[in-house]
Ligand binder design. Structure first.
Ligand code: PEP
Ligand code: MN
Length: 343
């Protein structure tokens, strides 16, 4: 159920609706919109009678939500959500460019990459400290030490940090450093982790599961939103299909489909999507053309020596070339790429 308030509803009228919802034992979610406030209700097992709200002061109408994702869907909010990350905004006119190594490997590797991606126009530095790897015998990340390096890289460059959380045990440590917490494809259906991230107020970048449908991705986002963390950014990173010649199949259909179904920002990760550096730039540009709100690109100063995902990492000069083209495509789709990092 969604309670749509009148444009001129007063604060008291909004609070009265929220109190009524709390009195029924349910959770209310205030969703501000450009025209009016909507209040989503979660926690109800059965249907709620709209009449109990329709007669309240300031209420325009109480409407049942047809989709299983109540808060992530366009029913809840018609306008696109813009997620604030300090001085940056994800989901607005400006594209969010997130770049950096797959894993944090050393201070030199991290700071060299950070400086290069910043110069090319990225505002966010990515890098995994805790790596959920397919094999337990491959590099698992620098862990806490990696977080320390990420913190230092932010202090040096002003770039915002996007880093992955692997489990609930390390969530607090990751959240202390991350400006945006990444929940990876392998954890998209880790509901305990999604709920724990929902308790935080740090933005979450949620990647699509390896074999997840778009609806499953939106339902995973719903776990975070339902706990009151409304700052969720979705990420299309490729899905497993019958095609073996690429690591994954980047499902660019997901971008317009998600734009239709949801108000949440959606970014594209062509690095994991295609899994080979030669194809990353083409798919990055295609992602922006498709309407994505940003990109996540793996960049490494020496991909041949990378401890993870080197084969899909761009060298810094290639990332710079890509950014020049991103600027051109951005203009065509009425988006922009700002250069200045504001601290
Ligand atoms: C990553 O971003 O390095 C990563 C592990 O991505 P994904 O979860 O999409 O595989
Ligand atoms: Mn990677």
């Amino acid at each position: 159920m969604l309670i749509v308030m009148k444009r001129d509803a007063t604060r008291e009228e909004i609070l009265r609706v929220k109190e009524k919802i709390a009195g029924m034992g349910y959770t209310s979610h205030e969703i501000p919109g450009a025209q009016r406030v909507a209040i989503g209700i979660t926690g109800n097992a059965g249907k709620i009678n709209p009449e109990s709200f329709n007669t309240m002061g300031g209420v325009e109408e109480a409407i049942p939500v047809s989709k299983p994702y109540k808060l992530a869907g366009r029913d809840a909010k018609r306008e696109n959500s813009e997620i604030r990350v300090g001085s940056e905004l994800i989901g607005g006119k400006e594209l969010a460019i997130i770049a950096g190594p797959c894993s944090v490997e050393s201070w030199d590797q991290l700071i060299q990459t950070a400086r290069a991606v910043k110069e090319a126009g990225a505002k966010f530095l990515r890098g995994g400290a805790f790596k959920p790897r397919t094999s337990p015998y491959t590099f698992q990340g620098m862990k806490e030490e990696g977080l320390v390096l990420l913190r230092e890289a932010r202090a040096e460059t002003g770039l915002k940090i996007v880093t992955e959380v692997k489990d609930t045990l390390t969530l607090t440590a990751v959240a202390e450093v991350a400006d945006v917490i990444q929940i990876g494809a392998r954890n998209m259906s880790n509901f305990g982790l999604l709920e724990a991230a929902g308790e935080l107020r740090t933005p979450v970048l949620l990647k699509r599961g390896i074999s997840a449908t778009i609806e499953e991705l939106l339902m995973a986002a719903e776990y975070i939103l339902a706990r009151g963390n409304y700052d969720v950014i979705l990420c299309e990173r490729g899905i497993r299909t019958f095609e073996p010649s690429t690591r994954n199949t980047l499902d660019l259909n997901a971008v317009p489909v998600i734009k239709k179904l949801s108000h949440l920002p959606i970014i594209v990760d062509p690095s994991h999507g295609i899994g080979m550096w030669e194809g990353v730039s083409a798919m990055a540009l295609a992602g922006i053309a498709a309407g994505a709100d940003g990109l996540m690109i793996e960049v490494h100063p020496d991909p041949g020596a990378a401890l993870s995902d080197g084969y899909q990492s761009l060298k810094p000069h290639r990332f710079k070339e890509l950014m020049e083209k991103v600027r051109q495509i951005a203009a065509v789709v009425n988006r922009s790429v700002d250069m200045e990092v504001t601290e």
